[in-house]
Design a binder for this molecule. Sequence first.
Ligand code: AOF
Ligand code: ZN
Length: 375
Amino acid sequence: MKYLDMAADLAELGRGRTNPNPMVGAVVVKNHVVVGKGYHEKAGSPHAEVNALKDAGPKARGATLFVTLEPCCFQGRTPPCTEAIIEAAIGEVVVGITDPNPEVSGEGIRILRDAGISVNVVGFRKIARQNEAYFKYMREKKPFTTLKIATSLDGKIAEAKGVKTRLSGDKAEVEVHKLRNEYQAIMVGVGTVLVDDPVLSCRLTGKGIRQPTRIIVDSRGRLPIDSRIVETSPMSNVILATTDKMTKKKIEAMEKSGVEVVVCRQNDKGKVDIEDLYEHLGKREITSLLVEGGSRLNEELISNNMIDKLIILLAPMIIGGKKGVPIVAGKEAFWQTFEISSHRYFDNDLVIEMYPKKTNESRVRGEARQAIPGV
Ligand code: AOF
Ligand code: ZN
């Protein structure tokens, strides 16, 4: 897998920039020597294969092309890669994973084979994970959603309601800003804005830093017009997701301030129907979403299976007391189990990444515990 790993590393250079397209890397190898490298930099610019073939020049003739994703075979923003590969007289193609895009999906491979090129599909899991947002978006036309929660050891996100509480250390905070730079949009509940008045920007500096779209979930339209988010709307888009509980007058005032107001369906609790919002975001080609709380939105999303990934920033501290704001609001237990995929230390913080389990194993475990006295 040496060359596919190399191609995956190249693909990684496009992280946070290629959407709605996938991250793709390609390496051209001839007689065990790398003669060309390329990756997809951003939507609208040449695909990885085209860049690698250009880099290889005439050396591509009879060489092997390693590419993380199945080459495309249609005219999109750019011409089909299959044609470029055939024209360059590549002898063999090794593909990491097939493209879920219905316009490609197997067809790219078939066209290459019909042209007499041998194609080997490896089925590289690492690449599926690298492009998890693209895969989800292609299949469901909804954003891949990651929920990020900073918590104390006693499961609190704040000391008390309305009290701005800083839990994570500086190094873990930098990780959050890296995430904000990677995800296309950041979403919070209005409660968080009312307490923290955040800007929700990426505070990293340097070449290629971009600002995410900011989304506020606010069923009644409580977002203050003089909040920092609204005031910074010229910096990057602000979307206010509300319901028809918000008055027309307020909507007009928000729109005048540069905020895009999206009136969503109400769910059975009279709040913003998140599924409806996701559909809207999907239509706007928002492929990835980072949710940053607070506890009501967390509960709504986790209990309704509406997150794809969870990132916990665990601060090794116990707050104590009865007033703390829990990770999730709500009265009813709902039991969701996660599978840990990685953990890393940042100074004195632990950052744990996990994926929700699809089965109801969590509930079963909960019931078993109740059935055994003393356990
Ligand atoms: C590849 N290599 O580097 C990328 C691919 O609008 P376009 O022309 O950029 O086409 C976008 C589609 O092309 C995208 O949805 C996916 O199916 C494929 N992306 N394919 O072989 C690349 N970025
Ligand atoms: Zn292509």
